[in-house]
Design a protein around this ligand. Sequence first.
Ligand code: FE
Length: 131
Amino acid sequence: MTYKVQKTDAEWRQELTPEQYHIMREKGTERAFTGALYYNKDKGVYFCAACGAPLFSSEQKYESGSGWPSFWAPLNEDNIGEQADRSLFMVRTEVHCANCGAHLGHLFDDGPQPTGLRYCINSASLSFEKS
Ligand code: FE
């Protein structure tokens, strides 16, 4: 997979915090309930913290109780890439930024209507802009 935004590992290490680098470039996961945006209820847009692509809106954010920011739909499906993740003895759907490849989180099918989807996203992968 090639992405529009291409950077070397050294460049990503320089631009991202160690936590962001671990999550977005090494598919890490922040501890539940620790992310800065989990409780955020402000209206606005959530961007990829690595490249600035618009990914989610407060309109689709909901309280999942999971400990990670959760959305029942992305702002634009074209901005989200999906990949099967067979780690940890499970088959899950990994989601990443389609513009730069940064790991965002996982997609589950236990979300609320109208989609029934839950995009479970690390706070560290997002930057929020209040509208
Ligand atoms: Fe990105």
